[in-house]
Design a binder for this molecule. Sequence first.
Ligand code: NDP
Length: 444
Amino acid sequence: MKVQEVLNDLKRRFPNESEYHQAVTEVLESIEEVYNQHPEFDKAGLIERLCIPDRIFSFRVTWVDDKGKVQVNMGYRIQHNNVIGPYKGGIRFHSSVNLSILKFLAFEQTFKNSLTTLPMGGGKGGSDFSPRGKSSAEIMRFCQAFILELWRHIGPDTDVPAGDIGVGGREVAYMYGMYKKLAKENTGTFTGKGIEFGGSLIRPEATGYGNIYFLLEMLKTGKIDIKGKKCLVSGSGNVAQYTCEKLIELGAIPVTLSDSDGYIYDPEGITREKLDFVMDLKNIQRGRIREYAEHYGCKYVPGGRVWTEKGDIALPSATQNELNGDDAKILVANGCIAVSEGANMPSTPEAIEVFQHAKILYAPGKAANAGGVATSGLEMTQNSMRLGWTREEVDEKLKRIMSDIHRQCIRYGTEPDGYINYVKGANIAGFMKVAKAMMAQGIL
Ligand code: NDP
């Protein structure tokens, strides 16, 4: 494989898909050496096949807003690769959603799901619908209209969606309700469902908790205690909230949160009580993070990024490319010792370079945030068994999976000087399993 040739070809065929090019570049550069040790991969056109999704559905979503006006959005589902299991990946509702973003997410998801050790292929979907400022009735009508089209392409053994940005428990429930009505079955073709109708305990917490379990494994390699460490967390949605919850439980001190309008800095630390306020503000009132600063009298920086504050550990948990090279330089200069990604591809390639050059602990989202989809996999297992596990059982399995992913990263990513290159480790480990399965199943 000649990385540059494959990339040039992708850029020529799919121009204007910068996020997709970015995700593919990172994986190809990491796996190049291993790939070239297997001439049979090249002969089978493995990488060319892996860079193009199995199929893409795009469709119009028509719905009526509260004023009676007809609204039209785009809906998509990318079924990227199902060689190790049914397509699996979240649905994102955000005004920025386009094919480039969903293709990068589905591509990443394929390797992430492979890392979880569970039998899940990779997919992703979404819409350019923005839930911001919409009433609950509008959200419901939109979700139903979205599923009216998508339902025919998904199923418990073909493609199992979940949540992502803008899609939480409320939206999953509306979509699942509509899906059941159309498909006339009750087999759990969605994860992140409510606990009363087939959801798994710990699923809402899983991405944030899993990220901290992964962080603990990384810290262990340097014999570093998390207790008392100041943590910079971005975002204030699902992932950010449960990241804070686990940090607080372990005695670490989260000091920041953000949303797309700005960030708060609370030097005293976000306590359990303050986190409850955030959960109510974001999940029930659907307000802005600025209101935290107003309520607790701390600093609010409109339009700013949390990385300019001083912290020991950075946990990006909002969105892609939210942490650039300059942010990374500030973090390192301020003594940051570890970065663990709750979001997907939050660090730009320049930022990753800064972290790796400084040889600080750095975990890409593919490894560190895999606890979310892993627990979705556990939800699928429970649905198939028609049984539910306890909180402790699911949490124990989640911990084991995160530690297993960490082990795979060490195996494939340890460099001659002992530094663990988690990007390389995660990409090679995720890729090798998919590659072997593709080789075994023939040219398809
Ligand atoms: P939520 O919608 O619950 O929260 C997203 C948060 O990020 C909000 O605070 C939102 O602010 C902020 N945000 C979103 N887009 C932007 C933007 N363009 N600029 C600045 N801030 C932004 O989503 P999740 O917490 O579920 O997802 C966060 C990240 O974690 C995403 O990258 C997602 O792909 C990833 N992830 C999520 C998993 C899950 O299980 N939910 C699993 C694995 C990864 P605002 O409210 O203003 O939009």
